[in-house]
Write a protein that binds this ligand. Sequence first.
Ligand code: HEM
Length: 501
Amino acid sequence: MTDARLTTAAGTPVADNQNSQTAGPNGPILLQDHHLIEKLAHFNRERIPERIVHAVGSGMHGEFVVTHDVTQYTRAAFLSEIGKTTEVFARFSTVAGSQGAPDTARDPRGFSVKFYTEEGNYDLVGNNTPIFFIRDPLKFPDFIHTQKPDPRTKVQEPDNVWDFFGLSPELTHQFTWLFGDRGRPATLRHMDGFGSHTFQWVNGEGKGVWIKYHFKCNQGIQNLHDDELLEVTEGNPEYHLNDMRDALDRGEFPSWTLKVQIMPFEDAPTYKVNPFDLTKVWSQKDYPLHQVGVLTLNKWPDNFFVNTEQVAFNPAHFVPGIGPSPDKMLQGRLFGYGDAHRYRVGINHFQIPVNAPHSAPVNNHLRDGAAAVSTNGAGTKNYEPNSFGGPSETGEALYTGINTDGPAGSYPAEHRYANDDFSQAGDLYRLIDEDSKTRLVNALAGSISGVSRQDIVDRAVAHFAKADAEYGARVAAKVAELRALPASNDPAADPAAVLVP
Ligand code: HEM
């Protein structure tokens, strides 16, 4: 029993929370019942727009501790000393489903980490896959439309998924990953994370290197196979969320070891793949992993909406010593997220505690706008330069410039060797064991066999054949087998077989 008084939003005590005010015991409700009107009106506005992608997610507090010296590569202050600890907020998510969709869907998982560093917030907004479906941001809305419900049927259509796939060969590598075992992690605690893009690190002397981030899961990788899905999750749409929350509440704190691949700037023009093409990995034989530190998640937030729903991760949030690469996808994302946040959470989203810097002061001339809840600059001057002691620029770039190599224009993808869209997909297929190959082929065929047109099937299957002849033949055979089954036995009708069950 609490002794706190129930109040309105203005803090006024509420006399009656059971009975609306009426004109007499059976009369109509009165406009003067401020408590009732406030309650109904606020309820009507409880939802904000869900994220256009990654709407289903789990958020966690945690910390990052540096374990290895990387100061020869970056001057980022939060990486400056072994043992240095930085507070983080992380959010892991599925991509395609809207809120309420099962978080165990076959889908990449978002792997976002906000580091509250003393030089401002650094957001690493990656996935649990080292690569992505496409390599140009111009194709992102089209690609996502194929994963979302069809405009007429309102369900995800295999026709749309596989039509786009067949017409976009660069998807072959990520689809081979996605329909493989790692496309459905057993829990959010049992998967790796990646920055996926190439980024730059710059040291104290201004020398830069290209890097790729790998978060290696210390719990070990575990996946859920299609035939285990319903038995293990019992159809619970929040299975992954519950697992993470319960583990943190039990004091079982999952951790990931952060490693980086490092490529000297000089190597980029001649490396065997374009290092800024997000559909490619760098060989770890060519660029081995260097350890940086350990990420540990240790607390489920007290309030889901205020933290997990309102958190705004932005790949454009760099700190001194870390910057972008010319990866076109990354360049597109540098615009996309801040714009999404202004729409989804509002112009002052960065003042919400989960988004505001926790270890760095904010001094600038952004003022006013809806829901300005910080001091809003109080009485300080709101222009720069000023002669009243206002904050001044440092004159030190966060990162180095990116060389450009020709006139502005729209350029097709740079392929450095024949079969560039398919080779790494073939390598991945040949790398996995026989049981994994069978599950991959079955999962692909289960989804492709739901396509209504043979030409779409043929184009899709041809991509797998270009990756590896045996791979293509097995997918083709399995699709033919499934399409020959009577409709009632068609595994494509099994929710575990489609991309987003
Ligand atoms: C979320 C756009 C590619 C990872 C989002 C959101 C947008 C977006 C608008 C919602 C942001 C919000 O409302 O807070 C794009 C565009 C892309 C792209 C335009 C390509 C040009 C990628 C890639 C990755 C990625 C390549 C991973 C490597 C994420 C993650 C989230 C997200 C993890 C969820 C962040 C959170 O937990 O709040 N994306 N995205 N996206 N995206 Fe992307």
